[in-house]
Design a protein around this ligand. Structure first.
Ligand code: C2E
Ligand code: MG
Ligand code: MG
Ligand code: MG
Length: 283
């Protein structure tokens, strides 16, 4: 009897697996169409504030996807799927064009957009023609040097270090800022940092959210900010949600604040209305 039940459970399990596979497959097909046409793709911008001056120092571009049947799909769901399937390449290229066009339009409208950072996943970073693509983008949209920069995770940079340094150097020559994203969650071989031509460390929000609650998190924030200061790197605290967290950060070397407390990701029109200045007055 037990055996029989076990078998039924197994069958149910298989059915569920199949259903999930099927769902994922459908989503992948939908994402492939989106990558081809661009329909339903959008960009949200989240401000990064200079902690001391309170001014907007930059923004992060975050991909958004709305599908007629799936609705809004979270990047936490579709980015991993895009990475596994390789669709991240065409999607990432679309994102870069959307961001570049937005920057060109804002500049043409007399607004002063801050520098914007685009997330790059491993596959994107390791494209042999990445630097050529970025250079072509700057030229096509006539962007000032450094207008678009990048965020990469630590794990990407641990691989093939010499090649990584070479690519980063070339991007730096275009004026791009380079941030290491989700810092502290990956391998964190700290010694590699001094060799990498990066400008910024973004402390992962998991540490920020446990600040003051877990001694380990405080120790990590202290270590990371201390190291960054020594190396002359800018530090972003990401995922700041409360005044208490902001307060707890005050004793560390943190330059920039990004989080729901100071500004949620918003569509371009909302971002411009809230944060972009024209002739010294809000747009
Ligand atoms: P990320 O690069 O670490 O981006 C920050 C994420 O944290 C964003 O989620 C943002 O909305 C969220 N966030 C910002 N402030 C707060 C806060 O105070 N509290 C909380 N709980 N969350 C906050 P989002 O937009 O869902 O993106 C998730 C991840 O998806 C990103 O993490 C990034 O890894 C990836 N992603 C998003 N857009 C792109 C893209 O264009 N290309 C690639 N390769 N990855 C992307
Ligand atoms: Mg990021
Ligand atoms: Mg991040
Ligand atoms: Mg993150």
């Amino acid at each position: 009897r037990a055996k029989k039940e076990g078998r039924n459970t197994y069958r149910l399990f298989r059915a569920e697996m199949h259903r999930q596979d099927h769902g994922l497959l459908k989503m992948e097909t939908a994402l492939r169409n989106t990558a081809e046409t661009g329909a339903g793709l959008g960009v949200h911008y989240q401000p990064l504030f200079d902690r001391d001056s309170g001014e907007v120092h930059g923004a992060e571009a975050l991909l958004r996807w709305h599908h007629p049947t799936f609705g809004h799909v979270s990047p936490g769901d579709f980015i991993p799927l895009a990475e596994r399937s390789g669709l991240i390449l065409p999607l990432g290229e679309r994102l870069m064009h959307l961001v570049a066009a937005q920057m060109r339009d804002w500049l043409a409208a007399g607004l002063a957009p801050p520098r914007v950072a685009v997330n790059l996943s491993a596959r994107q970073f390791w494209q042999s023609d990445l630097v050529a693509q970025v250079r072509a983008l700057y030229a096509a949209y006539e962007l000032p040097p450094g207008q678009i920069g990048f965020e990469l995770t630590e794990s990407i940079l641990l691989d093939k270090q010499q090649q990584a340094i070479h690519t980063l150097q070339a991007l730096r020559e275009l004026g791009c800022r380079i941030a290491i994203d989700d810092f502290g969650t990956g391998y964190s071989s700290l010694s590699y940092l001094q060799d990498l031509p990066v400008t910024t460390l973004k402390i992962d929000r998991s540490f920020i959210q446990q600040l003051g609650e877990s001694r380990g998190s405080s120790a990590i924030v202290a270590a990371v900010t201390g190291l960054a200061k020594e190396l002359g790197l800018r530090v972003v605290a990401e995922g700041v949600e409360t005044e208490d967290q902001l307060q707890a950060l005050s004793r560390y070397h943190v330059n920039l604040i990004q989080g729901f407390l100071t500004g949620r990701p918003a569509d371009a029109a909302t971002f411009a209305e809230r944060y972009l200045i024209r002739d010294g007055a809000p747009a």
